[in-house]
Design a protein around this ligand. Sequence first.
Ligand SMILES: *[C@@H]1O[C@H](CO)[C@@H](O)[C@H](O)[C@H]1NC(C)=O
Ligand SMILES: *[C@@H]1O[C@H](CO)[C@@H](O)[C@H](O)[C@H]1NC(C)=O
Length: 584
Amino acid sequence: MIKRLGYERDIDGIQYLLQLMKLEGISCNEDLFVIVINAYRRVGLAEQALKTFYRIGEFGCKPSVKIYNHVLDALLSENKFQMITGIYNNMKRDGIELNVYTYNMLLKALCKNNRVDAARKLLAEMSYKGCIPDAVSYTTVVSSMCRLGKVEEARELSMRIKSFVPVYNALINGFCREHKMEEVFGLFNEMAVEGIDPNVITYSTVINTLSVMGNVELALAMLAKMFSRGCSPNVHTFTSLMKGYFLGGRFCEALDLWNRMIQEGSEPNIVAYNTLIHGLCSYGKMVEAVSVSQKMERNGVFPNETTYSTLIDGFAKAGNLVGASEIWNKMITNGCLPNVVVYTCMVDVLCRNSMFNHAHRLIENMANGNCPPNTITFNTFIKGLCCRGKIEWAMTVLNQMGQYGCAPNATTYNELLDGLFNAKRTREALQIVGEMEEMEIKSNLVTYNTILSGFCHAGMFKGALQIVGKMLVGGAKPDSITYNTVIYAYCTQGDVKTAIQLVDRLSNKGEGYPDVFTYTSLLWGACNWIGVDEAIVYLDKMINEGICPNRATWNALVRGLFSKLGHLGPIHIVDDILANGKVT
Ligand SMILES: *[C@@H]1O[C@H](CO)[C@@H](O)[C@H](O)[C@H]1NC(C)=O
Ligand SMILES: *[C@@H]1O[C@H](CO)[C@@H](O)[C@H](O)[C@H]1NC(C)=O
């Protein structure tokens, strides 16, 4: 009866029966007590379980290691760390011999509270007391060390023990989080040497990391290896690969993979559905994304806040306020409270529809409700304002951030700088740069590139070159945007020769540089300052390098050709043709 009541979560009933047993002098055995403690655990009343445990003698039962373990488990499930320590001391005092389950629970408690050093000590004590640590003991400690970024140390610990797959998995996961793939493959080799087979978790972890890193090809090779070792992929494996395809711009293959997963009988879980929805949204396929969210509900997987925020973000990016609002309403109807991410997406979509007053009011609602805005919310608002040239308003918002407990960071200032430069308000932009320095906010690559391009467009070529110098001194590595801005600037100055030299110097590095933008600048510069024949040389060169000219490239060239022929008149006709995409 107590067991049944436990399943029914009827704690009063259990207490009544226990009392009755006591009155009638029926003693309670170990198993019954375990059932009682688990019933408390199930309803989240660990402290109550502990109180009952202290009265164990009244029910004619003696505390055993098994009962202790269940009490510990109940306390651990609510992370009542202090009480766990107390129980441990009690056990020692009562001379109860701890078994491997006890130790594992104590290890988990320590690790959950980030006390890995104490956990390692306990691990040592365990061996010393003759209780051999098992896979769970080691995995608990190793994965907790990895979580705290002590992967190398965890690796050392693991080398001194008999290895288990879960321990390897924890280590591989640790190295994957740091994208140290060489170490990961090293561990794979080590497993092979030791004759330990990686399991589906091992493979999926690596496939997921490779996918996130944009290396779908290698992820697929991993999948092949997995098949060849007779290990079947699961939902997690498929989902990771699908994410990789989406990220790599391989939309159709992502959908094929989803269909294949369904055909193979894998039941998609919430993570799989959310990944699919995210992928569809990132390609602007909002109708499909919404239909997947309805389908998942029909299949008994209920959309959660991630699902809703992904959909709202998708609609926001498309500037579709109606779509975003519908999802918002649906989310509320389904009892899911909007979080700061969802609110921020709504701020975004309102800004994209120029409804700045609404956006402002929404932020105030957030601050008055239980969901205070964060830096990202304000960055979104400021970006929206700057995009529509509402710079004054954006500046006001910047100054108000502090009242909401949010600090502006480099991203905030980058948005403002971009807005100011676009509005040709160079002087104020420079003031902002000064303010950043005062506040000790470090400029990042985007900051430098924004200033650089701002200077170039304002014709401040010398200043632009100084920025590049400052950037190199400041330790920000220039990227292709930096280079292209400089090359474009040289070309506008008529110094095409220097631009060409710079491109030659940079192209030896072989990092996807020069690209279509570089060549378009060169072509345009050559047409304007040297001659169309020189421009054609660069057209050939880019095509030979496998870089496909885009509309702007052809535009520059056609303009060059027309001006050479002296037929300035028909240029708008060419523009029309190009705009309709008929020439390419
Ligand atoms: C919602 O689903 C995602 C998986 O996409 C998961 O990471 C997240 O923890 C879930 N959120 C909640 C509140 O359960
Ligand atoms: C600014 O803060 C937001 C939120 O904390 C963060 O996402 C963003 O990466 C930060 N930007 C920079 C440049 O650190």
